[in-house]
Design a protein around this ligand. Structure first.
Ligand SMILES: Cc1cc2nc3c(=O)[nH]c(=O)nc-3n(C[C@H](O)[C@H](O)[C@H](O)COP(=O)(O)OP(=O)(O)OC[C@H]3O[C@@H](n4cnc5c(N)ncnc54)[C@H](O)[C@@H]3O)c2cc1C
Length: 244
C-alpha cells in the first residue's frame, strides 16, 4: 500500500481546521492516523503529485482517490472580488486582519464556526450570516452549545433568516468600508442591504476535485466523492480499506 500526498505533510484540509482557535484537537487525530499508517507498513510519499506516470510506475491493483475538494464560493454575485475570501484563505493567514467582516455561511457547520473564531482573533468584528433559522444549526448539539458560548463571549454577531445573494463593492465615497451585503429574507423574499463591511468570507460546499488526467480510480472517498466532512471521509476510507 502506498499513500501519495502532494503536500509536505499528512492531514489535508484538516491541517487548516486544526489551526483554528479551540480546534487543535484535530492535530492529535492527524498524528494518530499517521502513527497507524507507520504501524501498518504503508509507504508514504510526501510532496509527490499523483499523476498517470507515477501510477504506471506503481502499477497498483486498486486506486483510491482521496484528493479532496477545491474551496467553493456558492452562487453569490460578486463573490470573486478581492475583499471576498474563503475559510481556507483565512486559515492560511491570507484573510482580513481587523475591520468588519461578514461570514456568509452556506453550510451551517464547523468550517464557518471555526473560521469565525479565527477572524475574531485576527481582530475582526464578525457577523455570521445564514439563511437558516439558526447559525450553526447542522452542528452536533455539544459543538453547537460550545460554539454559541464562544460567539457570545467573543461578541460575534449572528444574522440568521437571510440569504446573501450578492456582494456589492464600494460606493461613491472612498472613506466607506468597501462592502455591502445584499440580503434576501428567507421567508418574505424582501431584499435589503447591509453596508460597511471591510471583508466577506464565504463558507460554501467545496467542489470535488476530479481524478488527475489519465488516472481511473477504482474507489473515490471523502470530499473528492462529495464534499462533506472529515467523519464521512474517514468512514468511507475505512470501508474501502475493508473491501480491498
Ligand atoms: C477551517 C476548517 C474547519 C473545518 N472543521 C471541520 C470539522 O470540525 N469537522 C469536519 O468534519 N470537517 C471540518 N472541515 C472540513 C474537513 O477538513 C474536510 O471535509 C476534510 O478534510 C476532507 O477530507 P479529504 O481527505 O476528503 O480531503 P482533504 O482534506 O482536502 O485532503 C485531500 C488531500 O489530497 C491531496 N491531493 C490532491 N490532489 C492530489 C494529487 N494529484 N496527488 C497527491 N495528493 C493530492 C491534497 O494535498 C490533500 O492533502 C473543516 C475545514 C476547514 C477549512
Amino acid at each position: 500500500m502506498t499513500l501519495v500526498e502532494a503536500g509536505d505533510a499528512l492531514g489535508g484540509r484538516l491541517r487548516l481546521a486544526a489551526t483554528a482557535p479551540t480546534r487543535g484537537e484535530w492535530a492529535r487525530l492527524i498524528a494518530h492516523k499517521a502513527a497507524m499508517l507507520a504501524e501498518a507498513g504503508v509507504a508514504v510519499q510526501l510532496g509527490r503529485v499523483a499523476d498517470a506516470a507515477l501510477l504506471a510506475l506503481l502499477a497498483p491493483d486498486d486506486v483510491v482517490l482521496a484528493t479532496g475538494a477545491a474551496a467553493g464560493r456558492g452562487d453569490i454575485a460578486g463573490a470573486d472580488q478581492p475583499w471576498v475570501f474563503t475559510p481556507d484563505q483565512v486559515m492560511r493567514g491570507e484573510g482580513p486582519r481587523g475591520g468588519r467582516a461578514a461570514l456568509i455561511d452556506l453550510e451551517d457547520r464547523m468550517t464557518a464556526a471555526a473560521t469565525a473564531l479565527a477572524l475574531q482573533e485576527a481582530g475582526c468584528a464578525v457577523t455570521i450570516v445564514t439563511r437558516s433559522p439558526l447559525v450553526g444549526q447542522r452542528l452536533e448539539i455539544q459543538n453547537f452549545i460550545f460554539m454559541m458560548r464562544e460567539f457570545f463571549r467573543r461578541g460575534i454577531e449572528q444574522l440568521p433568516h437571510h440569504a446573501c445573494i450578492a456582494l456589492e463593492a464600494r460606493g461613491a465615497s472612498a472613506l466607506e468600508a468597501p462592502g455591502t451585503l445584499v440580503l434576501r429574507n428567507a421567508y418574505t423574499g424582501a431584499v435589503r442591504r447591509e453596508a460597511g463591511f471591510d471583508a466577506a468570507v464565504i463558507a460554501a460546499p467545496g467542489v470535488a476535485r476530479p481524478a488527475p488526467a489519465g488516472i481511473v480510480p477504482t474507489h473515490v472517498v471523502g470530499d473528492a466523492f462529495t464534499p462533506h466532512d472529515v467523519e464521512a471521509a474517514i468512514l468511507e476510507g475505512h470501508r474501502v480499506g475493508l473491501l480491498i
